[in-house]
Design a protein around this ligand. Structure first.
Ligand code: ADP
Length: 152
């Protein structure tokens, strides 16, 4: 399994405003994943229509748009073994009420429309989302000193 797999994780406006950024970064960091890119940014409608292309016809799409435009988003890229799938495990289910305690949504959220965090659901969507939110030069190439303590 590749240690170079990448996923796109974004703290949504409610997660940023609620001060959950340090907690969320810690969970990925403490697990052993490598931070490759990070920026606080305001989304725009065009970006969100591409990001959520498969949801534009859903009845909740207009409220999803205004939710995601309601404040800054912390966009991040993480790298490591099985990080796409494991990232979704760390997040919990889309519906926070169906998320187990110990997951980010299970610990910190109640409503689907305020579920504080996004994570790519496949390697393919991760590639697409990383390309949408980041320029190539914003992805940082470095070797964390802890690597040999995390991978055997
Ligand atoms: P996920 O973010 O877990 O991958 P989806 O891609 O299905 O879930 O949906 C994107 C986002 O749209 C969700 O995280 C949630 O904020 C919102 N959403 C999804 N389904 C609903 C719904 N039925 N009602 C309100 N908001 C929803």
């Amino acid at each position: 399994m590749s240690q170079n797999e990448r996923t796109f994780i974004a703290v949504k406006p409610d997660g940023v405003q609620r001060g959950l950024v340090p907690e969320i970064l810690s969970r990925f960091w403490n697990k052993g994943y490598k931070l490759v890119a990070i920026k606080l940014t305001l989304a725009n409608e065009d970006l969100l229509r591409e990001h959520y292309a498969d949801l534009t016809s859903k009845p909740f799409f207009p409220s999803l748009l205004s939710y995601m435009l309601s404040g800054p988003v912390l966009a991040t890229v993480w790298e490591g073994k099985d990080v796409v799938k494991q990232g979704r495990v760390l997040l919990g289910a889309t519906n926070p009420l169906a998320s187990a305690p110990g997951t980010i949504r299970g610990d910190f959220a109640v409503d689907m429309g305020r579920n504080i965090i996004h994570g790519s659901d496949s390697v393919e969507s991760a590639e697409k989302e990383i390309g949408l939110w980041f320029k190539k030069e914003e992805l940082v190439d470095y070797k964390p000193t802890l690597t040999s303590w995390i991978y055997e």
